[in-house]
Design a protein around this ligand. Structure first.
Ligand code: G
Ligand code: G
Ligand code: MN
Ligand code: NA
Length: 249
């Protein structure tokens, strides 16, 4: 309950809040040119890990205001920097008027179409009642990236029906491959199969969790378009990210 109260204060931007909310930004890089493609926004709140306070926010009915805070902040950065930013959304956010609220946030911050990207999980797609919202988001032209692809219960059917643009290949694949990646191993075969699935469905692929040059070279060799991971850039606060990537703040 105390943690919940503290989170509420942080959300209200209370001067009394011990720990303010902050966004960290991690680059997603196009592998061929090594160029920044967009940033993923990762919510930070003091030392508490998101795996702790996001479920708390969900239980306590704070996930909508928290998600809104993230979207507004990300929208302002995307607008100021002229770089798209992807935002993680929980299944419970994709209900009701979410699409209209997002449209309003984008309008207020004057974000270009495509300037805000949503990262959704397989759980969100399978959850009751999210389909209508996903269709509305499609109608608005909001890019949808499927996060942690391959880590849950993939029902491949939805890839054909849903307005997804991009698959984010979960870190588990690179972990399973070993470093250097072991060719012809089961993990290698699965990764190749997923990359070719992406190609045939005309979905871009982002490989997550790239931690070394050998992993990067392996993925480039497979024709994976984009990557994310400590080797390409760690998550950093707003001003560090702006400095590192030469963006005006
Ligand atoms: O770097 P990292 O520990 O921050 O992220 C851990 C998890 O928290 C990831 O699965 C990520 O998707 C999730 N996460 C990070 N920021 C947000 C956010 O703003 N909203 C939601 N719903 N999840 C987030
Ligand atoms: O679930 P999602 O993909 O949204 O979570 C992203 C998480 O992955 C964040 O916690 C981020 O800090 C973490 N992350 C990003 N790059 C790497 C990496 O190269 N290695 C590891 N171990 N974690 C990473
Ligand atoms: Mn993500
Ligand atoms: Na992910």
């Amino acid at each position: 309950v105390r943690l919940c109260e503290a989170l509420r204060q942080a959300l209200e931007g209370d001067a009394g809040a011990d720990e303010p909310l902050a966004l960290h930004l991690q680059p997603i890089v196009s592998l061929r040119e090594g160029k920044l493609h967009h940033f993923e926004a990762l919510l930070r709140w003091g030392k508490a890990p998101p795996s702790r306070f996001i479920p708390l926010a969900e239980r306590r009915g704070l996930i909508r205001p928290l998600g809104r805070w993230v979207l507004q902040r990300a929208a302002r950065l995307a607008s100021a920097w002229g770089i798209p930013i992807s935002v993680n959304v929980s299944p419970s956010e994709l209900t009701g008027d979410f699409a209209r609220e997002l449209e309003q946030v984008m309008r207020e911050a004057a974000v270009a179409p495509g300037g805000l990207i949503l990262e959704i999980t397989e759980a969100a797609i399978l959850a009751e009642g999210t389909q209508a919202v996903l269709e509305q988001l499609r109608a608005l032209g909001v890019p949808l990236h499927l996060d942690d692809f391959g880590s849950g219960y993939s029902s491949l059917e939805y890839l054909v029906h849903l307005p997804i643009d991009t698959l984010k290949l979960g870190q588990g694949f690179l972990r399973a491959l070993g470093d250097p990646p072991e060719l012809s191993s089961p993990a290698d075969r699965v990764v190749r199969a997923v990359v070719s699935l992406g190609k045939s469905l005309e979905l871009a692929v982002i490989a997550e969790g790239i931690e070394s040059e050998t992993q990067l070279e392996y993925l480039k060799g497979l024709g994976v378009q984009m990557g994310q991971g400590y080797f390409l850039g760690r998550p950093a606060g707003e001003s560090s990210a702006a400095t590192r990537w030469g963006l005006g703040l």
